[in-house]
Design a protein around this ligand. Structure first.
Ligand SMILES: Cc1cc2nc3c(=O)[nH]c(=O)nc-3n(C[C@H](O)[C@H](O)[C@H](O)COP(=O)(O)O)c2cc1C
Length: 232
């Protein structure tokens, strides 16, 4: 393996690979301060795959809402805390999901799966706040046990959540908030259909995840590794 020559300019970065030292041309840009120079924004493709939080809520006056959010993850397990981030606004103003959570303090996460991919996408349509996206996307809503928002009946996994904290994030648009919404998981639903010898079998669930651009991934292959042992 030969060495590559360093490229002049800010893109030249020195990388150490195994016993070799090689120079790799690597693009670098400061987001918001200079252009990335690519035909499409690469940012979201650089943190991928992102799980999709399919979040259902109910407004203070009882209107049901459902929307997918891929700035989503679990941040703690004892007690379990999950969160998603609302970015920007819809043509009708603030996104319904965050407005409803701030009004009621409750939300439900349902897992987005391969079988539900089209309905998940449909439920992201920027419709008016009085539209129930369960009906809009042709989905059955199942009642929750501890909170008001229903879960997606056809999803094999759902968490019932109570609001823990809303964290304001910086926003380049003065008319639109970016907020991280954190919720404590108070109830967990797991369908018997996806349990295999007591373990959640994700090859049965087939969760979908968001990549960059218009791309998604689906979990079809799982591998295991034992944690490293330190000492003898
Ligand atoms: C797969 C997927 C992931 C999305 N992730 C986000 C996200 O992380 N944050 C966000 O603000 N909007 C996200 N959206 C867009 C929202 O779903 C969309 O704005 C929706 O209309 C919001 O609905 P609401 O006003 O009922 O909350 C995503 C859309 C899709 C299809």
């Amino acid at each position: 393996m030969g060495h590559r020559s360093p490229r002049n300019g800010p893109g030249a970065v020195l990388a150490a690979i195994g016993p070799f030292v090689a120079y790799h041309p690597l693009m670098f840009y400061r987001p918001g301060a200079e252009a990335h120079g690519l035909p499409h924004d690469p940012l979201k493709a650089c943190v991928a795959p992102r799980p999709i939080g399919w979040i259902s809520t109910v407004s203070a006056d009882g209107r049901v809402n459902l929307a997918p959010y891929s700035f989503f993850n679990m941040f703690a397990s004892s007690p379990p805390v999950i969160g998603y981030c609302s970015n920007g606004r819809t043509p009708f103003g603030a996104k319904d999901t965050v407005s409803n959570i701030e009004a009621t303090g409750q939300f439900v996460y349902s897992m987005a799966t391969w079988d539900l991919r089209e309905a998940m996408n449909e439920s992201s349509a920027p419709v008016a706040p009085d539209v129930d996206e369960f009906q809009y996307a042709g989905l059955e809503a199942a009642p929750s046990t501890l909170v008001k928002p229903p879960r997606v009946a056809a999803s094999p996994i759902a968490f019932e959540c109570e609001l823990h904290q809303v964290v304001e994030l910086p926003s380049t648009n003065p008319d639109a908030r970016n907020v991280l919404v954190l919720g404590k998981v108070v109830g967990v639903h797991i369908s018997d259909d996806v349990l295999n010898e007591g373990l959640v079998d994700l090859t049965r669930v087939k969760p979908i995840a968001r990549l960059g651009y218009r791309d998604y991934a689906v979990v079809e292959k799982v591998f295991s590794m034992n944690p490293p042992r330190v000492g003898s």
